[in-house]
Write a protein that binds this ligand. Structure first.
Ligand SMILES: NC(=O)C1=CN([C@@H]2O[C@H](COP(=O)(O)OP(=O)(O)OC[C@H]3O[C@@H](n4cnc5c(N)ncnc54)[C@H](OP(=O)(O)O)[C@@H]3O)[C@@H](O)[C@H]2O)C=CC1
Ligand SMILES: O=C(O)C(=O)CO
Length: 313
């Protein structure tokens, strides 16, 4: 089988596939349309997030048997069309779920303890102890929306903090010893901290908007390590201003990657983002929750194992 690798990954991936007898070609530079011209020569592709795999691409990929995403989310792939064409989709949530759980927890603890603000202030000669008094997770209620690989990994990390953990998921019976499954309404009544772990789908697109936010009984903290487009940034900013949201940790933004840098450089960022940048109770990171030294290797290993398991002769 011939596999085209469209992003560079941990060397373990190529090593394992080569040892298993697959033929591997790396192409990290050609444009999407250039790849479309040659893609019919391959049985499988391995991609991280270089470009979206849309209908046009899939139509050109006449002999494709699998698409392996070195990551968890398949949002950048037209999964329905790939299914229709009988192309197998392979993801590796086992490879970065621990990283996401730790990142979400790290953001939460940083927010609760004003770490980013305090750090900046101390480095500027300010010794503001009272203004940086923290709060504790002990006794708080954490609501997790989307209780799959990532949500469960976060709940596992919360063990030992003496907080109550609830989850809401469209699937039934997903609760476990780390989180009690409740209705969305109950979660919104109880939650002090909301952590999003849903995929980006038509159902979750702009899910966290003013109506959703105002359905929470208490002011709450928000962590989003899922997808930026599930959250309406302008509505978040309004809620931060009104105090309905007490602080936010966002690893993902509505405007990411190329669009983010282009908008930033041309000073064309939407006002809502500029306002977020100015807020001390907001922590941002550039989509790195699942992006650790360890996850790089784990993702490679998981993807290689799944390809070998499914496609080795
Ligand atoms: N920031 C980062 O670096 C990373 C981000 N991610 C993001 O996290 C997402 C989740 O990954 P993962 O946990 O592996 O996915 P899973 O499919 O394992 O879990 C997601 C869960 O959310 C459920 N769900 C879907 N829609 C809703 C909804 N509207 N309300 C409540 N629950 C819902 C799903 O149900 P069903 O299966 O029925 O749809 C599923 O049970 C990825 O799609 C990706 O977007 C993942 C890894 C790294
Ligand atoms: O694994 C994912 O889905 C991520 O967002 C990181 O690439």
């Amino acid at each position: 089988m011939k596999i085209l690798h469209l992003d560079s990954n941990h060397s373990l991936l190529l090593k394992m596939l080569e040892e298993a007898g697959f033929s591997n070609e790396e192409n990290y530079k050609s444009s999407k349309s250039e790849i479309e011209e040659i893609i019919s020569n391959y049985d499988g592709i391995v991609i991280r997030s270089r470009f979206n795999i849309d209908k046009e691409f899939l139509d050109a990929a006449k002999n494709l048997k699998f698409i392996a995403r070195v990551g968890a989310g398949l949002e950048s792939i037209d999964t329905d069309y790939a299914d229709k064409l009988g192309i197998k989709l392979i993801a590796a949530p086992e490879g970065n779920r621990n990283a996401v759980g730790e990142h979400a927890l790290g953001m939460l603890l940083s927010l609760f303890n004003n770490l980013n603000k305090a750090d900046r202030e101390v480095k500027n000669g300010l010794w503001n102890r009272e203004a940086n008094r923290g709060i504790e997770l002990d006794g708080k209620t954490v609501g997790i929306v989307g209780y799959g690989n990532m949500g469960k990994a976060f709940a596992k990390k919360l063990k030992g903090f003496d907080c109550e953990v609830f989850c809401f998921d469209i699937k039934e019976n997903v609760g476990d010893e780390n989180a009690k499954q409740v209705s969305l309404k109950e979660l919104q009544q109880k939650t002090d901290v909301l952590s999003l772990h849903t995929p980006w789908t038509p159902l979750t697109d702009k899910m966290v908007n003013s109506e959703f936010i105002n359905s929470f009984t208490k002011p709450f903290w928000l962590i989003n390590t899922a997808r930026g487009k599930s959250l309406v940034t302008a509505d978040l900013v309004s809620a931060l201003k009104s105090g309905k949201i007490l602080g936010a940790g966002l690893d993902v933004l509505e405007f990411e990657k190329l669009s983010f840098e282009t908008l930033f450089d041309s000073d064309n960022l939407p006002n809502s983002l500029k306002e977020l940048f100015a807020m001390d109770n907001v922590i941002l990171s550039p989509h790195i929750a699942g992006w650790t030294v360890e996850s790089k290797e784990k993702l490679a290993k998981v993807i290689a194992e799944k390809i070998i398991q499914n496609f080795k002769n």
